[in-house]
Design a protein around this ligand. Structure first.
Ligand code: HEM
Length: 555
């Protein structure tokens, strides 16, 4: 058995090498067959010094909303048009897969929803989506509130510890939000308390380790890591496999435990969506209880791993950017605090309160507009397709050969001067006004009429000019989870603290990719509630420190 499994591995390695080589070839050929599409010639220097999506924005203004980006013989189609995005994501979604993204993520997420092949995806999406039922989300409000309280009380203790007259303390809020989001994902998805607000988690260090490796791999055409023995010989491959083992052992333990503690009484409650009396309302409990103990452990592990990665830094980033934007707009921060005071009046948040925290919700949405993560959605055409001309493209549209790699630039769409008034300004109020009658500029408007019951503007209300969670069948399953979680965390923070940026906003860099904890920057201060004096001190970051304030826009 040993021998055949190692032969199997070596066959898989060879297959992967051939697959990659043939993908590359198909891509090169498809690049040549993109016909009359406007072309931006990328210089290699465009890839360094600043994130690629900034250059994609400049080229969008220069070449239009569908253009070909050629780096030597390699070509990508860059889409910044809502109609074309809607076509790829929704109308013709199954003619595309995740292409290069799936290749990078598959070694970590296996057959989890993001990289999964179409057949697996169809099966798993059907099972997972009901887990995010609105009553589950209501039950999660308690988890979000308790975890946020833990962070707040940590900040309060810091003030007490300082015993200071001092009205301010200095905090790395980006790191704090990252810990908070991790604790929430741990409890909400697998009923596991990482406790990362108060201690460092070896599991999460391992998660970052694997993400770094995924990023590193994305820069290589030849998958040397699939060569026999690479995982034993190459130190970074050894580390990658050790990191994976740490995470997998943790997840396997949780799955085992969930299966062993399965109780019929809980199953009945879940069937009736009675989350209120369940001790463990996590998604894992749902997946195990509703599917029985025979559910495949490997698939469950891939699902959990995917959600751990997809739902953690994304949420931390939107919170970080929201605070970054509010810190530069004290009058908007004050307005948000007034709303929090009038709705909560010092009490705890409930699901009902969230409906009234409208300004807070729109702050989160506006932060997602300005700093979407991921800033690009990646697709590869599985067969020939014809892209519609879109609003600003050619009337005839564009033929897309099979194998074409496509970037849908969420960043460009969200900052498009064609759809948003003053696109680079932080203006949560913009979503208050439905402007549908004013032509395409009205797409910036929030028209709940298009999506009744939506508490937050979404891709439907904005007709794909706003797609922070993607759209169509592969849209984020955790969007409402993330939005509620972020609103609650922000409300609780603003209920108690003012925030101020230390240094200047232009010292803040956008970086893409997994976080390098050694480059974490201290950057924000929190001070006692707005009953007291505002908090204000910020680390003046040294310019040569690689990332003064980093909020990731990880793709
Ligand atoms: C997919 C964004 C939070 C789980 C996606 C996609 C986007 C996205 C843009 C679509 C990717 C594509 O089409 O290529 C975000 C943002 C979040 C967030 C901005 C936070 C602010 C979460 C959370 C979870 C989650 C909290 C889980 C608890 C997933 C999963 C997918 C996904 C499983 C794959 C869906 C599929 O392919 O069927 N996310 N996400 N995300 N997200 Fe999220």
């Amino acid at each position: 058995r040993c021998q055949s499994s190692s032969m199997e591995k070596s066959k898989t390695s060879k297959r992967n090498i051939f697959d990659n080589a043939s993908n590359l070839l198909t891509n090169l050929l498809s690049g040549n067959r993109l016909g009359t599409m406007p072309t931006a010639e990328g210089a290699v220097s465009d890839l360094f010094g600043r994130p690629l999506f900034f250059s994609l924005y400049d080229w969008f203004l220069e070449h239009g909303s569908v253009y070909k980006l050629a780096f030597g013989p390699k070509a990508f189609v860059v889409v910044s048009d809502p109609i074309v995005a809607r076509h790829i994501l929704r109308e013709n979604a199954f003619s595309y897969d995740k292409g290069v993204l799936a290749e990078i993520l598959e070694p970590i997420m296996g057959k989890g929803l993001i990289p999964a092949d179409l057949d697996t995806w169809k099966q798993r999406r059907k099972v997972i989506t009901p887990g995010f039922h609105s009553l589950f989300l209501e039950a999660m409000v308690k988890v979000f509130t308790n975890c946020s309280e833990r962070s707040i009380s940590k900040f309060e203790k810091l003030f007490e510890k300082e015993k200071c007259e001092m009205k301010e303390i200095e905090l790395d809020l980006e790191a704090e939000f990252s810990n908070l989001a991790l604790d929430i994902i741990g409890l909400g998805v697998f009923n596991y308390d990482f406790g990362s607000v108060t201690k460092e988690s070896p599991v999460i260090k391992a998660v970052y380790g694997t993400l770094f490796e995924a990023e590193h791999r994305s820069t290589f055409y030849i998958p040397y890591w699939n060569l026999p023995f690479a995982r034993w010989i190459v130190p970074r491959q050894r580390k990658f496999h050790n990191d994976l083992k740490v995470i997998n052992d943790c997840l396997d333990g949780l799955i085992r435990n969930a299966k062993e503690t399965r109780q019929e009484a809980d199953v009945e409650k879940l069937q009736q969506r009675d989350y209120s009396s369940l001790k463990d309302a996590s998604l894992l409990r749902f997946l195990v209880d509703m599917r029985g103990v025979d559910v495949d452990d490997r698939q469950l592990r891939d699902d959990l791993m995917t959600m751990l990665i997809a739902g953690h830094e994304t949420t931390a980033a939107v919170l970080t950017w929201s605070i970054f934007l509010l810190a530069q707009n004290p009058s908007k921060m004050r307005k948000a605090q007034l709303e929090v005071d009038s709705v909560l009046g010092g009490e705890k948040i409930t699901f009902e309160c969230l409906k009234e925290l409208e300004y807070l919700r729109l702050i989160i949405v506006e932060a997602l507009r300005l700093y979407p993560q991921p800033p690009l959605l990646i697709r590869r055409a599985l067969k020939e397709d014809k892209l519609p001309g879109g609003y600003m493209g050619s009337d005839d549209g564009y033929a897309i050969p099979a194998g074409t790699d496509i970037f849908i630039s969420v960043y460009n769409l969200h900052r498009s001067p064609y759809f948003w008034d003053q696109p680079n300004e932080f203006e949560p109020e913009r979503f208050f006004t439905p402007k549908a009658s004013e032509g395409i500029a009205g797409w910036a408007g929030y028209d709940p009429g298009r999506s009744p019951g939506a508490m937050y503007p979404n891709e439907i209300t904005a007709d794909f000019a706003f797609i922070p969670f993607g759209g169509g069948p592969r849209k984020c399953v955790g969007d409402q989870f993330a939005l509620l979680e972020s609103t609650i965390a922000l409300a609780q923070l603003l209920q108690k603290f003012d925030v101020q940026l230390r240094g200047t906003p232009d010292e803040v860099e956008l970086v893409t990719g997994a976080k390098d904890s050694s480059k974490f920057a201290n950057w924000l201060l929190a001070a006692p509630a707005h009953t007291g004096v505002l908090i204000h001190r910020i680390h003046t970051s040294q310019k040569d420190d690689a990332s003064p304030i980093t909020a990731r826009a990880a793709s």
